[in-house]
Design a protein around this ligand. Structure first.
Ligand SMILES: Cc1cc2nc3c(=O)[nH]c(=O)nc-3n(C[C@H](O)[C@H](O)[C@H](O)COP(=O)(O)OP(=O)(O)OC[C@H]3O[C@@H](n4cnc5c(N)ncnc54)[C@H](O)[C@@H]3O)c2cc1C
Length: 479
């Protein structure tokens, strides 16, 4: 990067606020996806004004800027594929206000999810989305991807809690969007538009979040099924009761096996299982737990365990959260790669989807684990491949595209919570074809010089999922 520009940025953020040189910037080229691309510079602002100053310089000199939270995104959203500046938001990490009477808090984007809940706990409140990455992901990243997790079926996703925000546009203009009120009908909902925008429309520098009271009691059930179809039927039957659990996680045999090997248990050996949590006042919890057990048995569950014990519940939840990391230890020489990682479907289509994904995997000779937040229709698949084999990347790419096609045909979407980034962009463009020209127009109005996280979402130039891979392997000969 030109020294004159480096000097200008240094003036804007101070000596401690920037890094150049590959040794210091290389690590900022990764997130938790399959991609990597080293930026030219890392900037770590401390205030909205510093963000605005950097954006003015970048816009004038046409330098790409990619915002970065915890770097835990799974589809390459924070990977700076066009180089330029990575704007690391982690120094803007203060909880500025907690106002339980107003049911809200005001936070900077670099606040880590679990830290926010630790700050809210003494008041008896929480911010519910519960992503599996809560110990590392940041509020800015969660808003920019509309993250959610195990509790979305009952408590909703991040978007349901965003009341307002401050963001900085590509040209450095500071925008206050939304309000400190629980309702707002005053014009365009700009804060909502920023949700899931993946850093392509502006840099979020403050967020006003709605908060929820913590439930008084909870209990869990663990039901084993003869196959994923019966588990899928149980999910649809439970919702139809009607019963809305606080979480309902489905795991197939590949996921169960991976966790039990990595953690030495504690899951039952079976072809598929559902882990259900109910919460609320103690009487309701007991009644709902009995209904969960009855419906599971009606749907051919081979065993159903229930518990109110906090330690046991924590151990079950931990085992579910460990699926992604456990998969890589399942087969020597293979790694779990984050592809087709969070399709979302109408809940009634879950049994068909689980079956279709398995058939697609078998046809392409790829090991696929299927698990996820099934009660809100959100299924994860992870593929086990040798990441140094070009042939296996090609098979994985075929598998992903067929899974996406099946999902779209069943009325679903390629992403329910992790975002689009690069790994889903080709099929996102097919799925949202009728909205593409409107999205392109919005991007052009907000960022006419195309400096904010360029090359992602509708701008993805790839034909499939292969891009700047983090592995020393080049399946499409493009690197
Ligand atoms: C083990 C594991 C488990 C996971 N479980 C879940 C889960 O259950 N549910 C779920 O939804 N996700 C999950 N994820 C994915 C990921 O953690 C979430 O998507 C999370 O929201 C990403 O936050 P981050 O701070 O790491 O964002 P990053 O990866 O750093 O960035 C993500 C996107 O947000 C943009 N961005 C970041 N900060 C800002 C800002 N201030 N302004 C504008 N744009 C910004 C970036 O440019 C990028 O486009 C998991 C990931 C891992 C590794």
């Amino acid at each position: 990067m030109d020294q004159a520009i480096v000097d200008l940025i240094k003036l804007a953020v101070g000596d401690e606020g920037y890094s150049i040189g590959k040794a210091r910037t290389y690590a900022y080229g990764f997130d938790a996806s399959i991609y990597h691309s080293t930026p030219d510079m890392v900037v770590q602002p401390r205030s909205t004004e510093e963000v605005a100053a950097v954006m003015r310089i970048a816009n004038e000199h046409l330098i790409p800027v990619t915002a970065r939270g915890g770097g835990t995104g799974l589809c390459g959203s924070a990977v700076p594929i066009k180089g330029g500046i990575v704007m690391d938001m982690s120094r803007m990490n203060s909880v500025k206000d907690i106002s339980v009477g107003d049911l809200l808090c005001v936070v900077e984007p670099g606040v880590v999810y679990d830290d926010l809940n630790r700050a809210l706990a003494p008041y008896g409140f929480f911010f519910p989305p519960t992503p599996g990455s809560g110990e590392a992901c940041q509020i800015g990243g969660m808003v920019a991807l509309n993250a959610s997790g195990m509790r979305a079926i009952k408590y909703g996703a991040t978007r349901d809690y965003v009341l307002g925000m401050t963001f900085v546009k590509a040209d450095g203009e500071i925008v206050q969007a939304g309000t400190r009120t629980l309702k707002d009908s005053s014009g365009y909902q700009l804060a909502r538009m920023m949700v899931a925008s993946e850093g392509t429309l502006g840099i979020i520098t403050e967020v006003i979040l709605k908060i929820a009271p913590k439930p008084k009691a909870s209990a869990m059930a663990l039901a084993a099924f003869p196959g994923p179809e019966q588990a899928g039927e149980f999910v649809a039957a439970l919702i139809a009761e009607p019963l809305i659990p606080s979480s309902l996680e489905l795991m197939d045999s590949v996921s169960i096996d991976a966790v039990n090997r990595a953690m030495g248990g504690p899951l039952p050996e079976c072809k598929a299982l559902c882990m259900v949590e109910v919460d609320g006042d103690p009487l309701t919890v007991d009644k709902e737990l009995a209904v969960v057990e009855e419906v599971a048995r009606r749907c051919a569950a081979t065993t159903v365990e229930t518990t109110h014990d906090r330690t046991r519940m924590a151990s079950w939840s931990k085992s579910r959260q460990a699926v992604m990391t456990s998969l890589s230890s399942l087969r020597p020489g293979s790694s779990s790669v984050s592809l087709a990682d969070d399709m979302v479907l109408p809940v009634s289509k879950i049994p068909l989807a689980v079956k279709a994904y398995q058939q697609i995997a078998d046809r392409n000779g790829v090991t696929v684990a299927t698990y996820g937040h099934a009660a809100d229709g959100n299924l994860h698949t992870k593929m086990l491949i040798d990441p140094l084999s070009e042939e296996q990347w090609k098979a994985a790419e075929r598998t992903v595209r067929e899974i996406f096609q099946a999902t779209i045909e069943l009325g679903g979407s390629v992403s329910g919570e992790h975002g689009v980034g690069m790994s889903k962009a080709a099929d996102f463009k097919i799925e949202r074809s009728s909205a593409l020209s409107t999205m392109i127009a919005i991007k052009k109005a907000m960022d006419p010089n195309n400096i904010l996280n360029p090359g992602k979402l509708q701008q993805w130039e790839g034909e499939g999922v292969i891009g700047p891979l983090r592995y020393p392997c080049d399946p499409d000969g493009s690197q």
